[in-house]
Design a protein around this ligand. Structure first.
Ligand code: KG4
Ligand code: ZN
Length: 349
């Protein structure tokens, strides 16, 4: 069974083709970073316009890479939300029209559900199509940390996720982006802060960690962001010399809170696996610290290769496959989907 998946929830136009839940035949991501970089964040209207230009070439490129035509596709999967409404509409309308015209099922996938599937992608392939899809051990505690979300989930299986905690204000990725903007480093903030932090002293500036209630699994990053804004003002005359230390101190503050709360949830729920997903999961300091603490607790860390942490359509295809697998077992009948998009399996706490 070959699933053609489309993702357009934010500023990446992406298409992927996954065969039998384990072979990634194509994975195309067209990033709009250059469009939004001068503005220090994603401009929604520019993003939707760019998706309209990109969507068809990206899907055609995925088919060409996989050496397939639409006749070889068995189902279409698409991110149905949450995300920027104009951006989502482009991918969703394209996918629905394609599925309708070809008489294929169309599977709507929640963006968080897609990120939650991504830790099953394993390995560090030079070539995306050599990526492995592996089974995780359950129960699993998963941290999804991106530009729009910072949430901890408990998972009994790949398709049953319960929310344990979430940010009360900003997402961690949003904090990376805002701090980069304050430092005049452009968008997106994560990669550039990671680079500068590697050269900085993480102990030079004492930045706040919002622990909230003693046992809380929720997050808050708005205070940290304000503290960095005040620090940037204070260091104004010496900003170039302090930049790397500010980045390192900020990154350490974010990582401290993410790791502590994720491990708290993992211990509390006797997790066999700790999973990490979302754009911020590409951060090497976060990956290293969580790997160390999970290993110390006898748990396995599952994190996708960095290129599969940020938005992509491969994870949308995998989530669609997992859902199909749950509905009908590995021997898929094509009547398992409704023609319209189905809802998410994530439950609130
Ligand atoms: O998952 P994603 O591509 O989009 C959303 O669903 O939001 O995540 C994008 C976010 C951005 O905020 C970006 O700054 C952050 O992921 N990010 C990073 C790194 N790479 C991307 N944050 C920290 N360290 C990184 N290396
Ligand atoms: Zn995302």
């Amino acid at each position: 069974m070959r699933i053609l998946a489309i993702e357009s929830s934010c500023d990446e136009t992406a298409a992927a083709i996954l065969a039998n839940g384990c072979q990634l035949l194509a994975n195309v991501v067209d990033s709009q970073v250059a469009v939004h970089h001068p503005y220090g964040g994603v401009v929604p209207e520019l993003a939707s316009r760019k998706h309209i230009e990109n969507i068809q070439p990206v899907v055609e490129e995925a088919l060409a890479i996989a050496r397939l035509s639409l006749d070889d596709i068995d189902a279409v999967a698409v991110t149905q939300g949450p995300g920027l409404i104009g951006s989502l509409l482009v991918g969703l309308s394209f996918a629905k029209a394609l599925a309708w015209a070809r008489d294929l099922p169309c599977i709507g996938i929640d963006h968080l559900e897609a990120h939650l599937a991504s830790p099953m992608f394993a390995g560090t392939p030079a070539d995306d199509t050599r990526l492995e899809v592996r089974e995780l051990r359950y129960p699993c505690v998963a941290l999804v940390v991106s530009g729009g979300h910072t949430s901890i989930y408990w998972q009994a299986s790949p398709t049953e996720s319960r929310l344990l905690g979430r940010t009360l204000d900003d997402a961690a990725g949003e904090a990376f982006d805002k701090v980069a903007k304050l430092l005049g480093l452009g968008y997106p903030g994560g990669p550039v802060i990671t680079r500068l932090a590697a050269k900085g002293d993480a102990h030079r500036f004492a930045l706040p960690r919002a622990w909230l209630d003693k046992e809380s699994l929720d997050f808050s990053f708005s205070g940290l962001k304000t503290a960095v804004a005040l620090l940037v003002r204070e260091q104004h005359d010496d900003l170039a010399a302090s930049q790397a230390d500010i980045c390192a101190s900020f990154q350490e503050a974010v990582v401290d809170v993410l790791v502590t709360k994720t491990m708290r949830a993992a211990m509390r729920h006797n997790a066999a696996t700790v999973a990490l997903a979302g754009g911020v999961a590409a951060n090497p300091r976060l990956r290293a610290r969580l790997a160390k603490e999970a290993a110390a607790a006898g748990m396995e860390l599952a994190a996708p290769p960095p290129a599969f942490c940020t938005d992509n359509a491969a994870m949308v295809a995998l989530a669609a496959w997992l859902r199909a697998d749950r509905i009908s077992g590995l021997d898929l009948g094509m009547d398992v989907y409704s023609r319209s998009c189905v809802g998410t399996t994530i439950t609130a706490r």
